[in-house]
Write a protein of this length. Structure first.
Length: 201
């Protein structure tokens, strides 16, 4: 099965690499792409954590070319929808493909969509999204190299976030760091303006 999977993945990648606009996408591309997703779904069912495979069976699936991650999730018409960006998803390994699907399902299981709505009055979308990903990615292996992790955020913002805390804890700490950076940028901008002011005597 692995050989057939890699052949299909390679063919889809070659196909999409030669397309300059979405309007030029071959008619059978979407059908063939979801055949690949079915194979990933079957692999998840065969895994020790086959819960994710059976959960994926219950979800609607759509292609969304404008998302900036391999997958995304939303609640629509009384069921959860998982979105795929083929341009990004097809660059993943088999294990990373399974992990990114687990990632989205973990968001659902953690009620992140509802909890994020409650936090939007206090924190920016950036801090909330990073907080949710930190929580989820601590439980997932085979992450792509650009995945948001507690270590990457600690390094980027000079924080000391503790592992296995709530998304609310992470959102608060990240927002404080973002606010501090914004204040520093504004201060630097003011200093720059002052240097160019001609003093009158």
């Amino acid at each position: 099965m692995a050989k057939n999977f890699e052949s299909l993945k390679s063919a889809l990648y070659d196909e999409i690499s030669n397309v300059k606009t979405i309007e030029q996408m071959p008619k059978d591309f979407i059908e063939d792409f979801f055949k690949l997703i079915e194979k990933v779904n079957f692999m998840l069912i065969e895994d020790n954590e086959n819960f994710y495979g059976y959960f994926l069976l219950q979800m609607s699936r759509e292609i969304k070319y404008d998302i900036t991650s391999p997958t995304a999730v939303n609640f629509k018409l009384s069921r959860y929808v998982i979105y795929f960006n083929p341009y990004i998803f097809l660059n993943l390994t088999i294990e990373q493909m399974k992990s990114t699907i687990k990632h989205e399902i973990y968001h659902i299981l953690s009620f992140h969509l509802n909890r994020a709505k409650n936090l939007k009055r206090k924190y920016s979308s950036l801090s909330i999204n990073m907080a949710m990903d930190i929580v989820v990615n601590q439980h997932i292996d085979y992450l792509p190299p650009y995945a948001i992790t507690i270590d990457s955020i600690n390094f980027k913002y000079s924080l000391k976030l503790q592992p296995y805390m709530t998304m609310e804890y992470y959102a608060s700490a990240i927002q404080e760091a973002l606010n501090l950076l914004e204040e520093e940028d504004e201060s630097a901008e003011d200093d720059s303006k002052n240097k160019h002011i001609e003093k009158e005597f």
